[in-house]
Design a protein around this ligand. Sequence first.
Ligand SMILES: Nc1ncnc2c1ncn2[C@@H]1O[C@H](COP(=O)(O)OP(=O)(O)OP(=O)(O)O)[C@@H](O)[C@H]1O
Ligand SMILES: [Mg+2]
Length: 468
Amino acid sequence: MANTQKLLRLIKENNLQHHPQIQKLLEAGIATDNDQKQKTIRKLIELHAAKQLKKPFTETTPDTSLLDKPIILGKTRNHCQTYAIPEESLTRHILTNGATGTGKTTLHLNILNQLTTPYWIFDRKQDYRHLTQQQDNLLVLPWHRVRFNPLQPPQGVGPAQWAMSISEILSHSTDLLSGSRNYVLTHIIELYKQYNLFDEHSSPYPTLLDLEELIQSDKVNYVRKTSNYRDTVLSRLEPMTEVTRPVFNCSRHYPYENLIQRNMVFEFEGLDRDIQNFIQESIFAYLYHYLSQNGFRGKGLHLVLVWDEAKKAFSYKKEQSDAAGIPEMDDLTAKAREFGLSLMVSDQESTKLTESIKANTETKVLLRPSDYNQLSSMADSMGLDELQRSYAFNLDVGQAIVKHAGCRPVPVDTRDFDLDKNVSDEDLRRSQEEQWESLDYSLRDRDPLEKGSSSGSEGVDLSDYLKK
Ligand SMILES: Nc1ncnc2c1ncn2[C@@H]1O[C@H](COP(=O)(O)OP(=O)(O)OP(=O)(O)O)[C@@H](O)[C@H]1O
Ligand SMILES: [Mg+2]
């Protein structure tokens, strides 16, 4: 009995509980009274422990049997144990990094397939439309079928608050500096005033096209700096209202507040990167503000937002260059968890991701990195040692190092995902058209502007409106 206790202690101290060979040795130890045999077993276990010391990982796996709604990521590489994380932990976000073709999207597909919570995907490469073959209720919106008015405040969110948020997002996604950002803000407030939104928060809402027209009509004073702002902001707005006119030509957009209950894919392939980012970041801000103002705080996971190739939105460079404190995107990233908005983010280049996204993701998955810099930046945020770093370089497709919450990093063979990637545009139209047609929205309404002064922003006192 005492010998058995000693063996158990030795096994526990060296984290060998899940090792199949150790289990067999332990069973043999329990079954025998022979001292010599017990000694040999003890020696063998000690040898294992010593060998393990030289291994880069002491494997520990969260006990899946205790998890409420486990999300299985794969099997641990050394002991072939199921590796799972609780679904609820996704509120604290997940970040995946790896060279191209190492399995980032496949990992996302596997996670999505197990979720009991709805998800929205920002898809840059038409990777996810193929899920329509497996899921009847998936709504896929190619970008030209999206109807989104960035100037429509989310339900329950005041116009001044939304004006600030959306002017920050526009500046962030199109690289505007703070002078231009304030110029945009002033003009959005002016538009909201013309549309009477400060007194009555309801449709019709001004659109990006109205904003463009208002700025175009701004009196240019070539001595003042505002003419520079005017030209800079127009250079960002004009491509949007030209290329993406069908998207922004609506006053009231789809009822996104209700669509939170559904699984959706927003497809962005073929669209200019700045415009993609502007739409994605705006939708993220829209969701965040809606959830934060409508009683969703502290009520668990509501929506998982999947963001492949996330470096543009969570850009390290932009984080560093923002002179006006914490950028809106970082702020939203840090606070989204409180309202059950989860981010599932991946990219090939972790060096280009914000410190904020690295610090605010509780689960990190490192697939084979493309070079030493990518490895270092991810390994630093996961706390990997030198041995573990060299291990990461030798990973094969689908093999990962996973670091979850306070647990030690564990090498995991992630699962493959069986999906025929053969849904064409025509297939998609056939299967989705009825759903697209059923989505309610209203086209741009120009009347309020025509009635309004349209005289530029000279007379707007911002502080009055920001108080409302
Ligand atoms: N866990 C896995 N087991 C076996 N094969 C896998 C696994 N994960 C991915 N693969 C294979 O690798 C291919 C590429 O995977 P995936 O598209 O997920 O890579 P990715 O990292 O998203 O690439 P990219 O950066 O180009 O988007 C898949 O088609 C699949 O066949
Ligand atoms: Mg991918």
